[in-house]
Design a protein around this ligand. Structure first.
Ligand code: SAM
Ligand code: SF4
Length: 355
């Protein structure tokens, strides 16, 4: 494979061939120049979605990826197996778009479970329709789900997601718990219009036995409406929750996870906050990403992508694909710099990368 880089204005810089690896130690793992090792693989499997959250998708949805450009179930299973066996990946999370939009999701999960039975398989989902698929997914080998839910207020939910599907989401969360996809973690993006309902959401999650984490909104919305001066910070949320609950700082539960946690009313229940903007955790990042059209991304915010799909379809051996992936991660940058004055958002939005 020759090294050809294609950079077109407004389109992520997709590179073909092996990236430069000068100085890279001879290790099978996904090491970068700053000493970080990627163990956590996020695989986006579709750009389609049943919701249109304002902080993520445009009203009309993302442009459709042509069917022949999407990785097939077999291709996804192959790259997941490769990542675990050759590159030291320890956890795989399926995301999107909305993973439930793929009819062959159960097949993808079952194939990955058969290929790498000891690797936890997780999914980030909006839970619309999960009620009807939780059992099949658990049987196929899915271990955990994170559900995105920003408010339990019907009107607020419909306004934020541009769809009236709250009941389906709540039923999906309960079904996931019943089927053992537990503990169900709930992720809520901090938005000004839902901030006053944050305490009700926490109450609901506590009552349902879910772990709730709030996430600061990042500049990854398709409508480019994000503004650093407008975003709700973790500090503001703590003020709102503190008016109803007694919160005691409990640090990070897992050193590799970015959520800082607080005990609620003395514990053991907790609430987490992922302050991705005001307290960036790039120094501890252990993620590597694959887009639905088969591009490796080392960071949510970097426009540099490496094309894995073409060599995969041209018959490359696992060893060659692994070398390509290692090089892509070796070239990962230090961090996103959202708080810097010269920050430029990436071309792909959250729904097109996979959060
Ligand atoms: N559709 C699934 C869902 O919503 O869980 C999976 C894909 S979604 C892109 C993954 C995660 O990204 C969700 O938890 C969502 O809340 C989060 N997300 C989307 N846009 C975001 C933004 N601008 N800032 C922070 N988180 C965002
Ligand atoms: Fe869809 Fe998830 Fe984006 Fe909401 S956050 S629009 S559910 S992909």
């Amino acid at each position: 494979m020759g090294v050809v880089s294609v950079v077109v204005m407004g389109i992520p810089a997709v590179r073909r061939g092996h990236p430069p690896v000068a100085g890279r130690p001879d290790t099978p793992y996904l090491l970068d120049k700053f000493g970080r090792v990627a163990r956590d693989l996020r695989v986006s499997i579709t750009e389609k979605c049943s919701l249109r959250c304002t902080y993520c998708m445009p009203e009309e949805g993302l442009p459709a990826i042509p069917a022949d450009e999407l990785l097939s179930a077999e291709e996804i299973v192959r790259v997941v197996a490769l990542a675990v066996r050759e590159l030291g990946v320890r956890e795989v999370r399926f995301t999107g778009g909305e993973p439930l939009m793929r009819r062959d999701l159960e097949q993808i999960i079952a194939g990955c479970k058969a290929a790498v039975p000891d690797t936890p398989l997780a999914m980030t989902t909006n839970a619309v329709g999960l009620e009807h698929r939780a059992r099949g997914l658990a049987r196929a080998g899915l271990d955990r789900v994170n559900v995105s839910l920003d408010t339990v207020d019907h009107v607020g939910f419909a306004r934020l997601t541009r769809r009236d599907r709250l009941e389906s989401v709540l039923a999906g969360i309960r079904a996931a718990g019943r089927e053992g996809l537990a503990p169900v973690k709930v992720n809520a993006v901090l938005m000004r219009e839902t901030l006053s309902g944050a305490s009700d959401l926490l109450r609901w999650c506590l009552d349902e036995g879910c772990e709730l984490r709030f996430i600061e909104e990042m500049p990854l919305d398709a409508d480019h409406g994000w503004a650093r001066t407008e975003m709700v910070t973790a500090a503001e949320l703590l003020d709102v929750l503190g008016a109803r609950f007694t919160l005691t700082e409990a640090g990070r539960r897992d050193p590799a996870a970015p959520a800082e946690s607080w005990l609620v009313d003395g514990g053991p229940a907790r609430v987490g906050i992922i302050a991705s903007v005001t307290r960036a955790f790039c120094g501890d990042c252990d993620r590597t990403r694959l887009t639905a059209d088969g591009k490796i991304r080392s960071c949510l915010f970097s426009d540099e992508e490496y094309d894995l799909r073409t060599p995969l379809r041209e018959g490359a051996h696992d060893a060659d694909l692994a070398t390509l992936w290692r090089g892509a991660m070796w070239n990962k940058w230090a961090g996103h710099g959202i708080d810097a004055a010269d920050f430029v958002p990436p071309e792909r939005t959250m729904g097109a990368i996979g959060g």
